[in-house]
Design a protein around this ligand. Structure first.
Ligand code: BEZ
Ligand code: FE2
Length: 404
């Protein structure tokens, strides 16, 4: 047993003082340090300097590690131009990917406090690394393909990858399913894959209404995607409608990503069906997609997306970007909302016993040092100054083990 003590502990949206946490693999008790010392006489005591805060480990539910080699190869600023550049340079980027690079990028996330991440995997290059990481990984096997002629082969490949990740399942490797998007996955594939998700009780995620071009294509069959699909698969019609796509997910709570071009009504439909939305502000900005209307979302999560549409995998930088992008939102309330997005909200969507400092939950912690001159101890102010002033964690624990 160990006991950890910081100036503040983030519990249920509050920064609680004069408490400590007793833990092994999971959290055993939260109480004043003296009480815990009395109760757990042989426990090792870990005391952090006085201006630190103990958070549940942060959760980044959306990253494409497969594209970790990208820095400046892809064309930013316009979604369709970007997509064409992905198709053109994908092979080159994938060839530069190796285990060392994947580990390095996982570590970059870890240093920003991320103890759990969702890896979207389309060809399973990361499984070997992910199953040996200390971090928890939601391993989202992705299905992609709109061409009916290719559906059988793609489904077969998907099932093989899924099976491989199911065989690697552990406390830290959680197999899951990603459906690429409404424009790129044939409805038959969506139906079959969701059937598997239900049977095997697997978490699901999907990109949804990321760009204006996607909306125009799905609604009218026009816009930049018309030219794209003519070149890509010699097709001229969208395979899904927005409504049909969303209806496929009824009774299957899903982590939808982006939703930048979703209307208020569509976002409310997500809320009503128990879905969550992974907001990726930097990716949205860099691909020219716009600002998601996060004010209409009940369960907002925050993701970095991959290095294919970002310049870093730091969740702290992502939170800072969100603060700047939503300039009309109340600053401090948004700061607190963002901290909740990367902890409790994400854990709830993933249905895991993480994201909270609470008895029985995994002892996944991220410790941050606050500025010395912090005076105002209002919850939202501490959240704000964590986001503004912290660039790296002091330390990280996963399942009770120190990992930095
Ligand atoms: C498709 O199969 O429709 C597709 C694949 C990759 C990117 C975009 C679309
Ligand atoms: Fe993505």
């Amino acid at each position: 047993m160990r006991i950890i003590s910081c100036k503040y502990i983030f519990i249920d949206g509050n920064f609680v003082k004069n408490k400590a946490v007793a833990f092994d693999k999971t959290i055993k008790k939260i109480a004043p340090l003296n009480e815990l010392k009395e109760e757990f006489k042989n426990a090792e005591i870990i005391e952090y300097p006085s201006n630190t805060v103990l958070y549940p480990g942060f959760i980044n539910p959306h990253v494409h590690l497969e594209f970790s080699a990208n820095q400046a190869a892809l064309n930013y600023g316009d979604f369709i131009k970007w997509l064409n550049s992905v198709i053109e340079y994908r092979q080159e980027l994938v060839e530069k990917l190796d285990e060392e690079l994947i580990k390095l990028k996982a570590k970059e996330m870890l240093q920003s406090g991320v103890t759990t991440f969702g890896a979207i995997s389309s060809f399973s290059a990361e499984l070997n690394v992910c199953k040996n990481l200390k971090q928890r990984v939601i391993y989202f096997n992705e299905i992609i393909g709109s061409n009916p002629a290719a559906v059988d082969a793609l489904f077969g490949d998907f099932k093989n990858r899924l099976q491989e990740s199911i065989e690697a399942k552990s406390d830290t490797l959680i197999p899951a399913i990603a459906i690429h998007s409404p424009y790129s996955v044939h409805p038959i594939l969506i139906r079959e894959v969701l059937k598997i998700a239900k049977e095997k009780n697997l978490i699901t995620t999907a990109h949804f209404l990321e760009s204006q071009a996607e909306r125009e294509w799905l609604e009218n069959g026009t816009g930049g995607f018309l030219e794209f699909f003519k070149n890509f698969s010699n097709t001229t019609k969208p395979i899904n409608t927005i409504e049909g796509f969303l209806n496929a997910f009824n009774n299957c709570p899903t982590l939808f990503t982006h939703g930048v071009q979703a209307t208020k009504e569509e976002l409310e439909t997500l809320n009503q069906n128990g879905h969550s939305l992974i907001h990726c502000p930097r990716s949205n900005r860099l691909l020219g997609c716009g600002r998601a209307q996060i004010e209409y979302i009940d369960n907002m999560l925050l993701g970095t997306d991959g290095l294919s549409s970002n310049y870093s995998l730091s969740i702290l930088e992502e939170m800072r970007a969100a603060l700047m992008m939503h300039h009309k939102a109340d600053l401090k309330k948004l700061a607190l909302r963002l901290i909740n997005a990367v902890t409790e909200n994400a854990a709830k969507a993933l249905n895991l016993k993480i994201g909270k400092i609470e008895t029985g939950y995994y002892a996944d912690f991220a410790i941050f040092k606050l500025p010395n001159d912090l005076k105002e101890e209002e919850n939202s102010n501490i959240a704000l100054h964590t986001i503004l002033n912290c660039n790296k964690t002091q330390n990280v624990y996963i399942g009770g083990e120190e990992v930095l």
